[in-house]
Design a protein around this ligand. Structure first.
Ligand code: AGP
Length: 375
């Protein structure tokens, strides 16, 4: 009821603002990277030694999920290959379950789900098992769900109950769980020194504070949302780790504001979508100060040359300034591997405030269900 909402207008807004707490809960009691983290917080009974044996045994990862959970898997692919050196595939569950694929019994099958009851993801898991893949792990927000019951290993995220149909805190806690999984696999493969482990954990522990600073940008996103509320289309660009964040930003905007939004890896711009760019097509650019920044800047010039209006999420130390047709929001700090957890937050706020400005039913958007338990 309204009492639970406190100062917030909708559950989605409340859940966006709960993210620092959710991430802090995720890390509570985590003193180091241990296989016990993947037991399912006591729900499952599979001893940590089993997780360790599985992590030593596997030679690849296959991630299966839908929607926002699929996008967190897409971020994890970059981490798993870069930090743990493990070949990783990510596939939409409804595609995987119906196609002929080449099973590898040494693959770790990872399902990701907020509800743990998504029909396609459960069917994809059972399909993988039927093909002889027995190493299964879920990253799931509901400890009592079918997904946790049916996977050998489990990491239960601590987002708490998520009510808004548009997933927000479930996504960032999935990312936190997937980052811990990456570190555990890196450790099992002998690719993580004690110093590296300590420095990754230190960065994770600072996330709640970093997230608070990002949430404080809300007034600037409200002002962007006034422009977006008048648009019928939007394009989201990102590269590398932030390409899935662009996808997630576009999905959020579609779901709750009903604005048509598409995301592209920025390098694909001139291979097609640039033809769509006019002054009526705002282009959101996720621009962390990483190795790809210079390339991203030249993509931005291509947009400006076609009168496209840019909305840039730049890191503090990025030399991109606001100018005619270029709106810049500066993120408080540069965050390396964990940067996707921060960059997604302004995109959640942009979608939320755009939907509010358009007067849609934010927590229960038309045609959608919170948990898709039928095909
Ligand atoms: C996210 O905003 C969506 N409503 C949707 O894509 C969702 O992430 C998807 O249905 C998967 O749900 P799950 O995480 O509960 O499996």
């Amino acid at each position: 009821g309204a009492a639970e909402l406190g100062p917030y207008r909708h559950y989605m807004q409340k859940e966006i603002f709960e993210q620092p707490r959710a991430i802090a809960d995720t890390l509570e009691g985590v003193a180091g990277i241990v296989p016990e983290l993947f037991d399912g917080a006591g729900v499952h009974g599979e001893p940590g030694a089993a997780a360790w044996r599985v992590f030593k045994e596997i030679d690849s990862v296959l991630i299966l999920a839908c929607g926002t959970s699929y996008y967190s898997g897409c971020v994890a692919k970059y981490w798993l290959e870069d930090i743990a050196g493990i070949p990783t595939q990510v596939e939409v569950a409804s595609e995987y379950r119906y196609r002929t694929s080449v099973p590898n019994p040494r693959t770790l099958v990872v399902t990701i789900s907020q509800s743990g009851e998504t029909a396609d993801t459960l069917a994809a898991l059972r399909h993988a098992q039927s093909l002889g893949m027995q190493h299964t792990l879920t990253i799931c927000n509901v400890a009592t769900s079918a997904m946790v019951r049916e996977c050998k290993l489990a990491y239960v995220t601590r987002a708490g109950v998520e009510i808004g149909v548009a997933s927000t805190k479930a996504f960032t806690t999935q990312l936190a769980g997937l980052f811990l999984l990456t570190l555990a696999l890196a450790q099992a493969k002998g690719r993580l020194t004690d110093e590296q482990e300590a420095s990754h954990l230190k960065a994770m522990r600072h996330l709640p504070v970093a997230l608070q600073a990002v949430l404080a940008l809300e007034p600037q996103l409200i002002s962007w949302a006034e422009d977006f509320a008048r648009m019928e289309n939007a394009l989201f660009l990102g590269r590398g780790l932030h390409y899935p964040i662009a996808l997630e930003g576009a999905l959020k905007l579609k779901e709750i504001s009903y604005i048509h939004a598409e995301a592209y890896p920025a390098g694909e711009l001139k291979h097609g979508p640039l033809a769509l760019v006019t002054s009526a097509m705002p282009v959101v650019t996720v621009a962390p100060n990483d190795a790809l920044l210079e390339k991203l800047k030249s993509n931005m010039q291509e947009v400006r040359a076609r009168a496209g209006v840019l909305y840039v999420l730049a890191d503090a130390d990025t030399h991109i300034e606001s100018s005619e047709g270029v709106h810049v929001i500066r993120m408080p700090e540069h965050y390396g591997h964990l940067s996707p957890l921060l960059h997604v937050v302004p995109l959640q706020l942009l979608a939320y405030h755009t939907a509010c400005a358009r007067g849609t039913d934010v927590d229960k958007p038309r045609n959608l269900a919170k948990s898709v338990t039928v095909e």
